[in-house]
Design a protein around this ligand. Structure first.
Ligand SMILES: Nc1ncnc2c1ncn2[C@@H]1O[C@H](COP(=O)(O)OP(=O)(O)O)[C@@H](O)[C@H]1O
Ligand SMILES: [Mg+2]
Length: 620
């Protein structure tokens, strides 16, 4: 090992610099959470050493784990010491100077953009160690890694740089000393610190001491009987363990006894965490074996589609004497995972039926993640489908598939849906017109994942899912609502017009047909029966998975003024030399494309044709 004897100075990673500027400068009403963050780091450090000592007995601590606070009221400092794992030179460089959390960039942007919401945002993201700079003008960290002899002093005023130099420390562990800013001197007072610890760190599982006195109960909350735990205590624990400010949307505390004992204390947050849709899809539920912390991100404990859950799972029936990697392939863990997953789905189902309005909030935050389970968890697919909710053309409320089926019209076989980017825009799509006219409800699917589960699940309760942007609309079989009188449309012969449009558009369309699905718009584009649905094709193209889509079918509304007029014209003499008909063919196709959110095939030609047609309109 190369000994570094000099004091070295380093720059913070750019993102950390930006973060510190915001954190230090913010008029942050809830500054006291800095202590929660530092105590939770100290507790994590003890957890880590306890775990490391399982496989390397030379690391076994000689004294009990504890977190010790020391206030110097005169010097206006507070130090937080632990006898945990500690950090060496490389650890310091890697951790206190960089930020590896996913979603950091997005988070910083959000912080910059929105002033009002800062406390919530900061809490949700968990600025962690850096929150010390909300209250401190200088932070010193003296640390020594377990099993090593060198100790280091890390120091920074939070203004772009930090230094590291060798120092002395008698035992392993870390001491973080905060030199308070003038406006934060209140934190160098005994009663204030006691109060903060009571508020935020009551259920840290190691004793937090001030002098000789232990301030917290130092007992893992989840080991206590449910009836002895108040709602406030649950909320506190949730905030502590997930760096959150909100109250949990739902708390699930369960003890399973039998062949495989385990306790789970799980929370559904009431707002969407920043990293929910990061590609890692990390779980944040902590795994403990008989109260010893093992790991935080194992997907072998919580399926990725439930990654919004926070909290802990503890089992005394897993073996402590195996590595994290081996534990992950332990069939017992798989059993626990299944048991927890089922339990969570059951609880969600209860919430959905008992409190549908509250459930809508949950669904807005986490529905898109949960639906991934429809693809990934074939065994529980039906149970997941049951608790899925969808926007529809029905009422303003979300609907379950079961309820949709109950409302289906006489003669309606399929569950109709339209998929796209934005539910609000979908609701205005011309494809819906015929369905609306008949009072037939259509689901509006606007999450990316919808396209993917629809590849796996083709029916519900015997009813096939059918996209209304693909294939023919067989609305004739469906009986309209009593109140809506069906106007028998006047038959117009479109065949000459269709022939003319086909001749003009050539390969650009697969076919041209009269439409049953349109009532107000003149045209729309659909995918042909065997072809890929419009939205899926759009998604695949965007992700570079598809170069060229299949040409679409252009449907004409036989009852629309423009179409009937054009049909009359097409039935007249000299169709082949009719420039207006030709321009109209292109304009109709482009109009249909624009409604789909796509660009006209050839924008200059589109503009020219539009000009010509408008000029003619004024000339006559
Ligand atoms: N008291 C400590 N003992 C050992 N390592 C620590 C301590 N405090 C902070 N660290 C290290 O610094 C990292 C960053 O801490 P923090 O910003 O709170 O993020 P997080 O706790 O979410 O990882 C920790 O992951 C840990 O590696
Ligand atoms: Mg932390």
């Amino acid at each position: 090992m190369t000994e570094t004897l000099e004091k070295e100075t380093f720059s913070f990673q750019t993102e950390v610099g930006q973060l510190l500027d915001i954190v230090a400068g913010s008029l942050y009403s809830n500054r006291e959470v800095f202590l929660r963050e530092l105590v939770s780091n100290a507790s994590d450090a003890c957890d880590k050493l306890r775990y490391a000592a399982l496989t390397d007995s030379t690391l076994a601590p000689s004294e009990d784990f504890a977190i010790t606070l020391e206030i110097d009221a005169k010097a206006k400092t507070l130090s937080i010491s632990d006898n945990g794992i500690g950090m060496n030179h490389a650890d310091l460089l890697e951790t206190l100077g960089t930020i590896a959390k996913s979603g950091t960039g997005a988070f910083i942007e959000a912080l910059k953009a929105d002033d009002k919401d800062k406390p919530g945002l900061i809490g949700q993201f968990g600025v962690g160690f850096y929150s010390a700079f909300m209250v401190a003008s200088r932070v010193d960290v003296v640390t020594r890694k377990a099993g090593e002899s060198e100790a280091w002093l890390w120091s920074s005023n939070g203004k772009g740089e930090f230094s590291i130099e060798p120092t002395e420390r008698a035992t392993n562990g870390t001491t973080v000393t905060l030199h308070f800013k003038k406006d934060a001197n209140e934190f160098a007072e005994d009663p204030r610190i006691r109060h903060i610890i009571k508020t935020y760190s009551e259920h840290i599982s190691f004793p937090v001491k001030l002098g000789e006195e232990t301030l917290n109960v130092a007992e893992a909350l989840w080991t206590r009987p449910t009836k002895d735990i108040s709602e406030d205590q649950y909320t506190e624990f949730y905030r502590l363990s997930s760096h959150a400010f909100d109250a949990p949307w739902h708390v699930m505390h369960n003890r399973v006894e039998g062949t495989l004992n385990h306790t789970s204390l799980l929370f559904v947050p009431s707002s969407q965490p920043f990293d929910l849709f990061e590609p890692e899809r990390k779980s944040h539920v902590k795994l403990y074996v008989n109260r010893v912390f093992i790991s935080e991100t194992t997907i072998d404990l919580i399926p990725a589609y439930l990654r919004f859950l926070r909290g802990v799972v503890d089992s005394q029936d897993l073996s402590l004497n195996v590595s994290r990697e081996m534990l992950q392939t332990d069939p017992k863990l798989t059993k626990i995972k299944t048991s927890i997953t089922k339990k969570v789905l059951t609880e969600l189902k209860k919430k959905a039926s008992k409190a549908p309005e509250e459930y809508e909030k949950f669904w807005g935050n986490f529905g898109a993640a949960l639906k991934e389970g429809l693809v990934e968890d074939a065994a529980l697919r039906d149970r997941i489908l049951e608790i899925c909710r969808f926007a529809s053309t029905g009422s303003g409320e979300l609907t379950s598939l079961g309820d949709y089926v109950i409302r289906m019209k006489e003669g309606q076989e399929a569950i109709f849906y339209i998929a796209g980017e934005d539910a609000a825009k979908l609701a205005l799509s011309p494809h819906l017109e015929g369905y609306k006219a008949k009072g037939v409800e259509v689901l509006l699917l606007s999450d990316h994942v919808d396209e993917f589960w629809l590849q796996h699940i083709t029916e519900f309760d015997g009813h096939p899912f059918k996209s209304i942007t693909r294939g023919t609309a067989d609305l004739d079989e469906i009986k309209a609502d009593e109140t809506q009188t069906e106007e028998e449309p006047e038959e117009v012969d479109l065949s000459a017009l269709i022939g003319a449009i086909k001749a003009e558009l050539g390969e650009a369309v697969k076919d041209v047909r009269p439409s049953k699905r349109l009532t107000d718009s003149p045209v729309c584009l659909i995918a042909d029966d065997g072809d890929m649905d419009v939205n899926l094709e759009r998604l695949l193209k965007r992700h570079g998975r598809l170069q060229q889509g299949a040409p679409r079918v252009l449907e004409l509304n036989p009852n629309h003024f423009i179409i009937t007029k054009l049909a009359e014209r097409a039935n007249g003499p000299d169709v082949s030399g009719d420039d207006l008909l030709k321009d109209a063919a292109h304009l109709l196709l482009d109009q249909a494309r624009i409604v789909e959110g796509e660009a006209p095939t050839d924008p200059p030609a589109f503009a020219r044709r539009m000009g010509t047609v408008l000029a003619r309109a004024f000339a006559s």
